[in-house]
Design a protein around this ligand. Structure first.
Ligand SMILES: [Zn+2]
Length: 290
């Protein structure tokens, strides 16, 4: 199978923006291959956010910006660069076309999980693979599916964090019951075990979380036939506490493919920079149209 690599030198001239509830980071890859980053606090007013963004982008000092990619908490409509009412940001129903008009540079928007996944798939743990899928483990469970270095959406976006593992399971923030997110997100863990993941020391609890996450991974393996599955997010700092039982359950459950076609589950490599790198890659490759 032909492998595709994104080279850092291809990314020079593109700008990536990673918007979080607390901080916004703006970055570009310099001609020497290094990442230049500027951060500021995410602004409560959207007009101030646009102002700060355009200042930070100018401050990067890129002589001619080719395009800007943005990763933001969703739900959002990437086709219109439009963010709906979201619990993780202070603004609702806003369009990043405002930034495009202001700077006269094309802007591409996508949700933070897709963008971090794109970064990992092209420059991180999935580098060199054509079909990559995975989850971001955070306050929610984000999902990404990257095909030939581009994000796959479906008509709006795939929500595999909300696959139902047990219809009699715990209530999820989305309104369904027993979603993967309700069992394995930081919010779900806090709700079920009374402590956030970084304080959870109970092996039996981690075993339950790992079992549910393995179910989720097997389900995306059989739906995507990905070459690798990647896990991103702060929860991976718990290392083997999560990964050891996870690998055991995953290997026990997934049998349908011959061994060499069973995707390996890999931890992310880019850490908290996956979002900025992914946004730069998004600016470079553009959207695939689906
Ligand atoms: Zn849900």
């Amino acid at each position: 199978m032909k492998r595709k690599y994104v080279l850092r030198s291809d990314l020079v001239g593109y700008v990536g923006v990673d918007i979080g509830g607390q901080n916004t980071r703006v970055g570009t890859i310099l001609p020497n291959g290094r990442l230049k980053l500027i951060s500021f606090s995410t602004q409560p007013k959207f007009s101030d956010q646009i102002e700060m963004l355009s200042n930070a982008i100018k401050e990067l000092g890129v002589s001619k910006i080719k395009r800007i990619g943005i990763g933001s908490p969703g739900p959002l409509d990437w086709r219109r660069a439009f963010v709906f009412d979201t619990p993780n940001l202070p603004w609702k129903n806003v369009s990043f076309k405002l930034l495009e008009k202001r700077l006269n540079i094309d802007v591409l928007l996508d949700n933070d999980a897709n963008v971090a996944g794109l970064g990992e798939a092209t420059l991180g743990a999935g580098r060199g693979k054509r079909i990559v899928a995975g989850f971001t483990l955070g306050t929610g469970i984000g999902y990404f599916h990257i095909i030939d270095g581009r994000i796959y959406h479906g008509s709006l976006d795939v929500e595999a964090g909300h696959q139902i593992l047990d219809p009699n399971g715990p209530r999820c923030n989305c309104g369904q019951n027993g979603c993967l997110e309700a069992f394995t997100s930081a919010t779900g863990i806090l709700h079920r075990y009374g402590v956030p993941p970084h304080e959870l020391e109970d092996e039996k609890a981690w075993d339950e979380v790992a079992f549910r996450l393995a179910q989720g991974l097997v389900n995306i393996a059989v739906h995507t036939s990905a070459e690798v599955l990647i896990l991103c997010g702060g929860m991976l700092a718990r290392g083997e506490m999560l990964l050891k039982p996870l690998r055991r359950y995953y290997e026990q459950m997934l049998k349908v493919y011959p061994k060499r076609y069973r995707p390996k589950v890999l931890p992310a490599k880019l850490g908290d920079k996956a979002g900025v790198y992914g946004a730069i890659v998004l600016a470079h490759v553009g959207h695939a149209g689906v």
